[in-house]
Design a protein. Structure first.
Length: 323
């Protein structure tokens, strides 16, 4: 399932990855692509893989990230690439595939979101690309390949949204976007398991590691990007973590709280927040559920359940199915 969260998390995990040797343009993303039918060219009955490792590699980083997370077929679909004669190793062509699909925008026409592919320009046209990992009111934060310290690394960068360097964005259609926005601090966050969620000295994944959180409920007193500063113990935690439940409220329900299934004939738990989604199981009346996430769709409230991560209709067509 193509989720923006998975792409963002992978991009962040790659920060600091370097060319080998430095200055060669050779790196693991191009090496991967050279083994796959991704830049697959065809002329009559002849087909061949266009080798890219050793050349400018910002697009290689983006493409390899999507392939690693989603697989080649889903990556081709979500980046709008053809099976043959995929010229997306060139920045302008990669953007034009989005544009031809109606999913490429200039910065004036689109407010970026995590998981978008960002495109940059210089005096000669489109020149560079990366993956958007975070957005504020005024800034866009990215992870880019072929940049940082002599253009030899994967690095995290921050730009003003209005920067002349930014041309626009390619926007994949994800099955689930990255959650954006948090409650105004202070707010509560519940750690479901001990020893998994890491604490850092600052709001960067590369800052000093202080240890892990114990199971329990904590107070977030400050937010920076997707990191929250803890009140009860020293450190910052990454808030996009499946082991964490952040307190949010919607339609009378609150994330992190327990509720009870009320229909006498039970309640379906589904793979997605839709009555058309596959049924995981039937939850009998009286089943206690812990709310992980809330979404309102077409006036109906859906609740994602901790542990099984399925969705149930909490308040649907005027009836409350969990209370």
């Amino acid at each position: 399932m193509a989720t923006a969260r998975a792409i963002v998390d992978y991009a962040i995990s790659q920060i600091g990855t370097a060319e080998n040797p430095l200055g060669s343009n050779k790196q693991k993303y191009g090496a991967l692509l050279d083994t796959l039918p991704w830049y697959l060219y065809k002329d009559g009955s002849k087909t061949w893989i266009h080798k890219v490792n050793g050349f400018d590699w910002c697009t290689q980083f983006v493409d390899a990230s999507f392939i690693t997370v989603l697989g080649i077929d889903e990556a081709r679909k979500i980046l709008y690439r053809p099976q043959y004669n995929n010229y997306g190793c060139v920045v302008r062509h990669a953007y034009n595939y989005f544009k031809a699909a109606g999913r490429g925008y200039t910065k004036a026409d689109h407010d970026p979101a995590p998981g978008d592919v960002i495109y940059f320009q210089n005096s000669e046209g489109l020149s560079h690309t990366g993956i958007v990992i975070e957005v504020t009111d005024t800034s866009v934060i990215t992870v880019e390949g072929n940049t940082g310290r002599g253009s030899n690394y994967v690095a995290k960068k921050t730009y003003r949204k209005t920067s002349d360097y930014i041309y626009g964005y390619g926007c994949p259609v994800y099955s689930e976007p990255v959650p954006t926005g948090y409650p105004d601090p202070p707010f509560k966050v519940t750690c479901l398991k001990s020893g998994i969620t890491g604490r850092r000295a600052d709001h960067w994944s590369s800052s000093q590691y202080l240890g892990t959180l114990d199971k329990g409920t904590y107070t977030i007193i400050q937010v920076s990007g997707d990191f929250g500063k803890l009140k009860e113990v020293p450190g910052w935690i990454y808030l996009i973590d499946d082991n964490l439940v952040i307190e949010r409220s919607l339609d009378g329900y609150t994330v992190g709280k327990k509720y009870k299934v009320v229909p006498s004939d039970g309640l379906n738990l589904r793979t997605e927040p839709s009555t058309k989604a596959d049924i995981i199981k039937l939850m009998p009346k009286g089943t206690i559920v812990l709310c992980r996430c809330l979404k309102m769709i077409d006036g109906n409230t859906w609740m994602q359940i901790v542990d099984c991560e399925g969705w149930c209709a909490a308040h649907y067509n005027g009836d409350r199915y969990v209370k």
